[in-house]
Design a protein around this ligand. Sequence first.
Ligand code: IPE
Ligand code: IPE
Ligand code: MG
Length: 243
Amino acid sequence: MSEQPQAVYPPLPFMPNHVGIIMDGNGRWARQRGMGRLAGHRAGVENLRRVLRAAVELNVPIVTLYAFSTENWSRPQDEVRGLLRLLAEALEREVSELHKNGVQLRHIGDLAPLSDTLKQQIRTAVELTRNNNRLIANIAFNYGGRWEITEAVRAIVREGLPADEITAEVIGAHLCTAGLPDVDLIIRTSGEYRVSNFMLWQGAYAEYYISPLYWPDFDKDEFYKALKVFSERDRRYGGLKKA
Ligand code: IPE
Ligand code: IPE
Ligand code: MG
C-alpha cells in the first residue's frame, strides 16, 4: 500500500495578522449530494473544526468566522432553527477541546435575539478561554457590519462625545473588534464575489481571496494557498508600489 505523501507548508514571508472567513456554500454542497441544507450546515461545522486546527498549525494569530449574518434570519424558519441548534451543539461538543488547544473564543454580533441558554453558553465559552493565546477565534453569529457600525454610533452619542473628537480610532474602539487589528485577508468560499455585510469597517484595506470550493470542502491546503496568495500581494494603502 502506498503512503500518502505528507503535505508541507513552508513558512511564508508575510502572514496576515487577522483573517476573516465568509464560510459560504453549505447549501450547495448538500444539494450536490442530494442532501438537505441542514446536512450541509452540519458538514460546515465539522469543517470549521478542521479549519480552526489548521489555523493553529499554520500560525495564524486571529480568525473571524462569519457563521450567521443579520440577514440570515430571512431564511425558512426550519433552517434558522437548525443553525441555532448547530451552534449550541458545537459549543457543547467542541469548547473543551478548543480550550485545550489554546484557542481564545470570542463572539461578535448581536446576542439579544438569542435564547438565554445560548447566550449563557456563549458567555461561558468566552469566559473559559479568555486567557488562551494560541489563536483568537471570533465567531460572527448574528453579525452584520451595518449593525455593528450603527451600534458604535449609538454608543458614541450616548457617551456625549463632542463631534470634533470623533475620529476613525474612536469609531474602531466602539466596534465588536475593539483592540484587534483590522482584517488583512478576507476569504470567501463558494466562488461568490461579494462582501455580504462582513467587516465593512475593518476590511477597508483587506485583501480578498475567493475560493471556488464550497465551505465543507475548504481544507488546510486551500487555506495555505490563500495565505500564500496573500503573501504575494502588493499592499499599497493608497500609496505607491514598493521599489
Ligand atoms: C453558508 O452557507 C452558511 C450560512 C450562511 C449560514 P449557505 O447556507 O449560504 O450555502 P449556499 O450559499 O446556499 O450554498
Ligand atoms: C454570507 O453568506 C453569510 C455567512 C456566510 C454567514 P450568505 O449566503 O448569507 O450571503 P448571500 O446571501 O449570498 O449574500
Ligand atoms: Mg450562501
